[in-house]
Design a protein around this ligand. Sequence first.
Ligand SMILES: [Mg+2]
Length: 326
Amino acid sequence: MSDRGAVRTSGKKPGSGKAAGAGTGSPVSPASGDAGDPGHAGLSRGGFPKKIIALVYDFDGTLSPRPMQEYSFLPQLGIDPQDFWAECTRIARERQADPLITYMHLMYKKAKEKGLAVDRDALVRQGASVALYPGVRDWFDEIGAYVRLRAETAGITLRHYLISSGLAEIIEGTPIFPHFHNVFASEYWFEPYETPFPKRVITDTGKTQYLFRINKGIEDLGESINGHMPEDQRPIPWANMIYFGDGETDVPSMALMKKSGGAAIAVHNPDLSPKTCEELFRAGRVDFYAGADYRRGSDLFKRTCLLIDRMLADIRVREEVWGLGR
Ligand SMILES: [Mg+2]
């Protein structure tokens, strides 16, 4: 059910490359009688239905040090990334254009100028050269193992989601793509136009739509997200969600998470100043911040585990209350 979102045109479902129970949408409790991801409605055969935990990540600057276009797309065109982003900003301001549509347009305008055809497959191949912060590759299994260790109730399911203004095609080519239950990212329409045309653009505020989709279990982008759904009917409560981001572009998502009872963590490049994170923390946008070191034992790992401990305890409390009320 999970491949109906942003990556459905790719024909490749995230999570398909992982074994069951490895923390990609399979129940992580060994005591679980649950055969698989409870799915759309989050119902686990008559049991307490709110046992899915969702860790939701931004990509650029959060899982990877630099914007994903800087690893292959811009270098192969011989374009200095700083010049490229400066030109994007200048054009967007001059024309009062959306900065994300501007960058998607400018990428292909530059490629055309250089006589280089970059199709969907080429973008996917570029994903292999995207750098990831330390520990990111193992993070999904390590956090899965931690949840499995601490769950103390059957049927807990851990999912990882990605919401990125970057490109779905490049993300698909990264080694961590199979770990995600779903990937929501900007994407091109390659076929109908001489120059690829934006099919979906995920803006800073637009990211919140996808948080609502995860919360409400409406991941099919063909389904409207705007219908009313009482909080108690939403399969993944806000309290079961943690959002990871790195900066100002994540403020709308972080604000939604905090306002709704979810959690948020800001990360920064461990080699650079944590100033932005400190500001987010002082402004109450995030629960924690830490260097983007995803290895077991890092501050980020420990602080994430603290939030997961609280979440698991909260799930058990709500499960007990739910059982009393039956
Ligand atoms: Mg970012």
